[in-house]
Design a protein around this ligand. Sequence first.
Ligand code: PHE
Length: 339
Amino acid sequence: MIDKIKEQIAEVSSFTTDNLDAVEAFRIKYLGKKGVLNDFFAEFKNVPNEQKKEFGQTINQLKQAATEKVELLKQALEQNASEEKLFGDLTRPGNPTELGARHPISIVKNKIIDIFSRIGFNVSEGPEIEDDWHNFTALNLPEYHPARDMQDTFFVQTNPDILLRTHTSSVQVRYMENNKPPIRTISPGRVYRNEAISARSHCFFHQVEGLYIDKDVSFADLKQTLQYFTTELFGKSKIRLRPSYFPFTEPSAEVDVYWGLETETDYKMTKGTGWLEIMGCGMVDPNVLKNCNIDPEIYSGFAFGMGIDRIALLLHQISDIRLLSENDIRFLEQFKSSL
Ligand code: PHE
């Protein structure tokens, strides 16, 4: 009988598995109610008295060996499991990484920057929270000037001197204050106007404004520059300049580009005229130059400004301006560009 127990002890010590269920089956087989150990204990009363001591000790050895084995195997397997949780299955293929896409506004902005940088324009930026001087007064829009109403303004708190810029012309004022002519700069950035939000207009949007100041700059230079720009951006070189009004330019004009009337979309986009209005422009008003410490007797210049969002909508046939700020990944991932 004692030999049988010893055989079991040998079996227990050589047992191994990497499966938790097998450990449990092993525990039940040896330590369970109807297990091997209890069978041996039941034999105890039949063992001759002189062998009882050795028999008892051997059973205890078996019990200890089985208990230790169960503990050991359990511990090892649990540790493996937690390591697996930590590192995962190291043989599985890597996670597919989503490639990002540029925002359509950035794409158009970068294209515009690229086009103007080729003819010597640099990029200037300024604050979105502006003061009255840089957004209005220096631009020939003194207090109570009716044209201030053209750009419904968000004021910051109750201070009428601090506001969210309504155009990036404010950056041009800052640039002229800090740089001597010749100046060739474009200013892209976000602007704010207190307007009802709809498919066609938003209370914030993006502009690129351009400024060129030097000796003997003429309206012809402006037209040439704009023609170069529309050819590069839209592939269209036919433009027209319609007389318009801006307080900071004189004369001022609205720029239309001839889009054509070849497709149904052309008809829709141009409302049947073939022409698309794309920006405002003009010769910088001498008062503005004076306000920025540039002598209008020596220097002249032109300025222009356009909405990036509108151009993005046009170029990509997007029907609702709100899509541009909703950050819906299904919308955004459709735009891929190297710029
Ligand atoms: N600042 C004008 C606007 O926001 C655009 C413009 C810029 C017009 C420069 C003329 C010259 O509407």
